[in-house]
Write a new protein. Sequence first.
Length: 307
Amino acid sequence: MGQAWGFGRYGGPEVQEFFDRPDPVPGRGEVLIQVDVAGVNPLDHLLRSGLVDGLDGGRPFPRVLGMEAAGTILARGEDVNGLKVGDAVFGFALTGGGTYAETTVLSAPNTARIPEGLSATVAATLPVAGTTAVDALDQLGLPAGATVLVNGVGGGVGLAVARLATGRGLRVIGTGSTAKREHAEAMGVRFIDYTAEDVAAAARELVPDGFDGIVDLAGGTSLRTVAPLAQDPRNVIAVGDMSVSDLGGRFVERRVGRENLERSARLALDGLLAPVITAVHPLSDAPAALATVEHGHASGKVLIKVA
């Protein structure tokens, strides 16, 4: 038996609970891992709230929270290639196993070995934030010297986009709240504080001819404010708000397989994907970790140290 943290029904934080569960049995195409570090993401509380379908693997309640983790393989299911027991790995729990737990199952095609020289802590930030940053910027395909607006730059994904963009020679403007300024500016981002400035006016002053590309992480009204600032509406890439298509933009095309995980790991080793880790909580403090992300107070990446 191992401890896990999850939810017994759909709802708000009140449905969350700690519970013991037997080690999951890896099914076809899955690996069982001893979890070292789990990443905390906005998607976690959306799944708990019942707002996202299709990622629970049909598992019964109680369900374990979390979508990404790094750890060590304890066992393999059938049809697992390229991974063996004892490997240090990182990846996605795409079949409903959750990651806020002592052990869990990851989808083997969406899991990769942690390369030598990369810590499990950094690896645990890559499945969501790292690969999303790679996908969004690849989709834009901007040349060095172009200007990109990162709308909502202060969180784990936003800072990953900013770091990767500056490494590609792009000029980066970012929007966020006052608390997010320090980390963004440390990456060379020209920061617009939406709590103190008119975002559209400030952006137009900085880039009068419009942005070559926009990566939106805020959605909603904020997306609708910044979308007209792009020279070409097709170069507005939204990570969370699928209504971007109504504005002429595109939703990010996600690639969550092993190849993109390995690519993100190489970028991290080269310093081109340097996660800003602002909090590492023990599993016993998982409620506080998720609350920080759910309420939008996280600046950078929040992790849960399990092992």
